[in-house]
Design a protein around this ligand. Structure first.
Ligand code: FES
Length: 110
């Protein structure tokens, strides 16, 4: 299932970061979408450490392709979701996405 979210231009106009609530069947997903290093990254908008929203509480570092939760400093790789320090051993949940020929971004749920 592909769910249309927004266009790449819309994402760039929002400082390349956007929070979204998306209905997917019977569940609502709270997502964070980022444009970083030319890639679209869609993740759960929740820190795996103590579940606080990442939208208001994180810093993206394009130079090392990471996102850091400012609450306790947990850092995650934006490509794999893997933790990069010892604050938590839980991975960040990432979602697949698809971009059509018009630049529209879709969430892909298998
Ligand atoms: S809640 Fe994010 S690092 Fe602790």
């Amino acid at each position: 299932m592909n769910i249309k979210l927004c266009s790449i231009d819309d994402l760039k106009k929002s400082n390349s970061i956007k929070e979204l609530s998306v209905s997917a069947g019977e569940e609502t997903l709270e997502l964070l979408m980022i444009y970083s290093n030319g890639n679209i990254i869609i993740m759960e908008n929740s820190c795996p450490h103590e579940k606080i929203p990442l939208y208001e509480n994180s810093v993206i570092a394009e130079e090392d392709n990471s996102i850091e939760c400012v609450n306790h400093g947990a850092k995650f790789n934006l490509t794999s979701g893997a933790p990069l320090n010892f604050v938590t051993n839980r991975k960040l949940k990432l979602y697949k996405n698809y971009i059509d020929e018009y630049g529209n971004i879709y969430l892909t749920i298998l």
